[in-house]
Each structure stands twice: as structure tokens, then as C-alpha cells.
Design a protein around this ligand. Structure first.
Ligand code: ZN
Length: 343
């Protein structure tokens, strides 16, 4: 029987100061020498595997220590993209203005993007492992297209590349592949149609567990400002959950603690595993195990306990490392407390 209330992170964790700049979403690497940089990435990955295990997490990730950014770590391995001549583009429906690379030729995966860190992860924990990839729709919202003509076609092209990588990760022994789709909460109508179609295409042929992470973003000012415009109840998930419920994706992650997402919308995901966000990534206040177990209690009014996992609301990349460590420990302790309440 599987563990009740498995605990896992959304994906990213802070990079140690000897690996990269700290408190940044797009940090510069410390070492310019490729061998030194690779060694530092491997060391940081090992460190966070150990911290997740010590915190009592059930499904362990690489903390995204080997990628500079959750989308561009994958894109660095894609041919057909001009990274030299970036253009300014409003992304997430103009929430941020970003300098983005351009798609200038048909896309092709040049080599495996994440094999090295996936193999380190697999070799150094006996627990279940999860690996995160950017979702096709979110990638489309992070590049300027000069070739494919419409966002859905570009998403399908990226989905094919992601599928190659995902099948490779499955062969590397990873247990869960999670696609990160913050764009699903922004372009809700498109998400429910071609967004999910592209996601399923990226998962084609996978026999391991598949997951999608949909969030309201990292705890940075642009996101905090955006959230103030969303009203007292955040109902974005309501558009996409019914389409996800009838999709082949196994697990759905959503924000809960300190968010304005009403718990009853969970009822729109019958049959899915629910990764409940119990850790706020926009606050340095460390959650107590009681707060976390209480968050799970609220969810259990709408979902069977066998389908509930605990997670962070989003990645912890820009956070202070010590606070992130404490939040991991709280996540593990909160899961344990929820188990003692409901076993
Ligand atoms: Zn997120």
C-alpha cells in the first residue's frame, strides 16, 4: 500500500551561493569553467536530495539545481532558437515584460536536456523520484515565434521535443514526470483546449505517473501585484480543471495555503491525484505542521484521502536557503501530522 499523504516539492529549490547568485530567478553561475560548473551542480543536487530525505519527503526531486531557469534550462538544448538576438515580449498576458529568445527555424532537440541530473537523482535516493519539465503552453509564452505562425502549432512542436526528453527520463528510472504550466492560469480558455492537447502529446507513451503543476507563480513582486487584481476568490482553475479531469494526466497540483483558491473547486477533479499546495512560496513565514494538516483537513471535505498529496504552492528558487530548508522540514512534519490524524 502506498504511503498516505505523500509529500513532494513543486520543483525548484534555492541554489547555494557557491553554485550561482542567490535570491534570483535567473541567476548567473559562479564557475565559468564547464567542469567546475558541472561539479557544483552535482554537489548542489546531492545536497538537496539529502535535505528532502531528512525532511521526510516521499517523492524526491533534483531541486532544478542544474538549470538557470525552469523554462530556459530545457530550451538551451533546442535547435531552431536564436538565443543571441532576444526581443522584448509581454509574457503571462503582459504581467511581465521579458527579453525572450526567438524561434527562427523548425525545432529539434539537439541532445538530452536533463539526463545528467536525472541520473544523479536516481542514483542517490531509494525513494520515488520526480522530474519537472516546462509545459508546452508555458514555453510558447516564453519565446517569440517567427516560424510556426500560431501558438497552438508551436505548442505541438515543443510537445514532440518534450516527449523525447520525457521518455528519456522514464528510461533513466524517474517515477513521476511533472509539466509546469503556470500559463494555464492565465490563458484559461486556450489551456482547456490546445493547452491540454499539447500536454497529452508531451506525455504520449509514458507509462510512469504524469503530473501537471499549475500555479500563481513565484513569490516575486510582479506576481504579488497581479494577485491583488484577481479578486477575493481565485477561480482560474475552474476553467481548466474539467478538461484536465477528462485528460490522461494522473496528478494535478494547485495552490491552496494562503491563496484565494476556493477549496470546493477540487471537486472538479474526480479521479485525479491532487497535489495540494500547503506551503506559501510568497512568504518567509514558516508554516507549522498544524497549519499544514489543517489545510489538508479542508481539502478532505472534497476529496478522498487516498488521492491527496502535499506539495509547495510553487517552486522555492528565489527564497532564502535557510527558510527553504525550514519549509521542507515543515512539509514533512505536516504530512506526518496529517497521517496521524487520518490513519
Ligand atoms: Zn509554480
Amino acid at each position: 500500500m502506498r504511503t498516505l499523504f505523500p509529500a513532494t516539492i513543486a520543483g525548484s529549490l534555492p541554489k547555494p551561493p557557491w553554485l550561482a547568485e542567490t535570491h534570483k530567478l535567473w541567476p548567473q553561475w559562479r564557475a565559468s569553467d564547464p567542469d567546475e560548473q558541472a561539479a557544483a551542480k552535482a554537489d548542489a543536487t546531492l545536497l538537496w536530495i539529502k535535505e528532502q530525505e531528512d525532511a521526510g519527503l516521499t517523492v524526491i526531486g533534483d531541486g532544478e539545481q542544474s538549470r538557470q531557469h525552469f523554462v530556459h534550462g530545457f530550451l538551451e538544448n533546442v535547435d531552431g532558437i536564436d538565443r543571441e538576438h532576444k526581443v522584448s515580449m509581454g509574457i503571462r498576458d503582459n504581467r511581465y515584460q521579458a527579453m525572450v529568445p526567438q524561434v527562427i527555424a523548425p525545432l529539434r532537440l539537439m541532445q538530452r536536456a536533463h539526463q545528467t541530473e536525472a541520473r544523479i537523482l536516481r542514483a542517490h535516493t531509494q525513494r520515488q523520484t520526480k522530474f519537472t519539465l516546462p509545459g508546452p503552453m508555458t514555453i510558447v509564452d516564453t519565446v517569440a515565434d517567427q516560424v510556426y505562425g500560431d501558438r497552438a502549432s508551436l505548442a505541438m512542436a515543443f510537445a514532440d521535443l518534450l516527449n523525447v526528453e520525457a521518455r528519456g527520463l522514464q528510461a533513466d528510472g524517474i517515477d513521476v514526470i511533472q509539466f509546469d504550466e503556470p500559463a494555464f492560469n492565465v490563458y484559461t480558455a486556450d489551456a482547456a483546449t490546445w493547452g491540454i492537447e499539447a500536454l497529452e502529446r508531451a506525455c504520449d507513451g509514458l507509462t510512469i505517473t504524469t503530473a501537471v503543476h499549475i500555479c500563481y507563480g513565484y513569490g516575486i513582486k510582479a506576481n504579488d501585484d497581479w494577485k491583488t487584481t484577481l479578486g477575493g476568490e481565485w477561480r482560474q482553475y475552474e476553467q481548466v480543471f474539467p478538461a484536465l479531469a477528462s485528460s490522461s494526466i494522473d496528478q494535478v497540483s494547485f495552490e491552496r495555503f494562503n491563496s484565494h483558491v476556493p477549496p470546493e473547486i477540487i471537486a472538479l477533479l474526480p479521479g485525479k491525484d491532487l497535489m495540494v499546495g500547503v506551503i506559501d512560496v510568497a512568504s518567509d513565514q514558516v508554516e507549522t505542521p498544524e497549519q499544514i494538516a489543517d489545510t489538508i483537513d479542508e481539502v478532505l471535505a472534497f476529496a478522498d484521502k487516498e488521492r491527496v498529496l502535499l506539495s509547495t504552492n510553487c517552486g522555492l528558487a528565489p527564497m532564502d536557503r535557510n527558510i527553504a530548508s525550514q519549509k521542507l522540514k515543515a512539509l514533512g512534519a505536516g504530512a506526518e501530522l496529517a497521517r496521524s490524524r487520518h490513519s
